[in-house]
Design a binder for this molecule. Structure first.
Ligand SMILES: [Zn+2]
Length: 67
């Protein structure tokens, strides 16, 4: 499985993941969002896919490494 999708949690953490519907039995799909584990904060949260263009500078740093 390739982690090629940027995912954000309800607390603003961002991390790389994969967004494959039905891939996890612990996932509950809620329209465009779903409940799952935040890899960055290690907590349960509503997750959503985000486009790279939506990221803040801090989030970019977290994903791509600080300049
Ligand atoms: Zn989080």
């Amino acid at each position: 499985m390739v982690a090629d999708t940027i995912i954000a949690c309800g607390k603003g953490h961002v991390f790389w993941g994969s967004w494959v519907p039905g891939a996890s039995v612990t996932t509950i799909r809620l329209g465009p969002r779903r409940l799952g584990m935040c890899k960055a904060g290690r907590h349960l949260s509503l997750l959503r896919r985000v486009d790279e263009s939506e990221l803040t500078a801090e989030q970019r740093g977290a994903l791509f490494g600080a300049p």
